[in-house]
Design a protein around this ligand. Sequence first.
Ligand SMILES: Nc1nc2c(ncn2[C@@H]2O[C@H](COP(=O)(O)OP(=O)(O)OP(=O)(O)O)[C@@H](O)[C@H]2O)c(=O)[nH]1
Ligand SMILES: [Mg+2]
Length: 299
Amino acid sequence: MTTRCGFIALIGAPNAGKSCLLNALIGDKISIVSPKVQTTRTRVLGIVTKNDAQAVFIDTPGLFKPRRRLDRAMVAAAHDARDEADIVAVVADAARKDCLETVKKIVSRIPSADKRKIALVLNKVDLIDRKKLLPMVADLNKFHPFAATFMVAAIKNDGIEGLEKWIFEQLPEGPMHYNPDTVTDTPDAILAAEITREKLYLRLHEELPYGLHVMTDSFEKRADGSIEIRQTIITNEARHKGMVIGKAGAMLKLVGSLTREELQQIFDTRIHLFLDVVVKDSWDERGEVISEMGLNPDA
Ligand SMILES: Nc1nc2c(ncn2[C@@H]2O[C@H](COP(=O)(O)OP(=O)(O)OP(=O)(O)O)[C@@H](O)[C@H]2O)c(=O)[nH]1
Ligand SMILES: [Mg+2]
């Protein structure tokens, strides 16, 4: 039987909704989503297998002008995914005023853009008048003749089927890269740390999230089938550590219970979660932390 398999990179500006779109395509929560920019820090794979065809979607960190060493590593991870993929899906927030310029900038930097299949995915169309969309689509397709254009609302699962159908039609012949039952290659311990980071991002205000990192120190199944998870939340300064802990520990307690609830759903068992908060000066400039995240510290 001939099989087909291809890699599809989801690229775009921070906050465009790439991770939300990945989750919608997979039908499962595998990548964290938040209203803050720079939520995704590494590549996250989402795999969909249908009969003889496998689509491997790659969620990537948003493309932005890097400042810290961590930023450079994140943007490099997105560029690598983009350059290696069979199909590139440029995901954009259609409701933003700068949508046109952002898409043009991103497309103009795609290597061999004229020879590769590039799809335009205008997301968040639930926030904008459809009449405004059509001139934007026409303008963008004049700038670059996209292989296909989709208008979706990832958060509502709107328009996802059409995108998926098109992607499956484009997949090149070749062996499947993953077991058909696999939906992602993210280890459980990393997914658990990401869920904690997501809850922190949802609860804390603007300046803090980019200076936060969460690591799972241990992830163990107990004899009764429940899971014991120990994690460390790393902050850049003592003031931030205090904000994560909150008054009389209230913030940490809230984040802990939100995380535990979601992990219980994901792993379908009782979760015992222990969170510790530490200060590690300039962790986002340290090569060893960046490598541990699966990124290239010298990017
Ligand atoms: N209204 C609306 N909001 C959406 C839609 N898709 C995503 N969002 C919201 O947009 C925000 C950003 O979504 P993410 O999926 O985290 O965006 P991202 O592109 O992965 O962001 P980074 O990882 O930071 O690059 C979240 O608050 C989502 O709930 C949509 O279709 N409609
Ligand atoms: Mg993301």
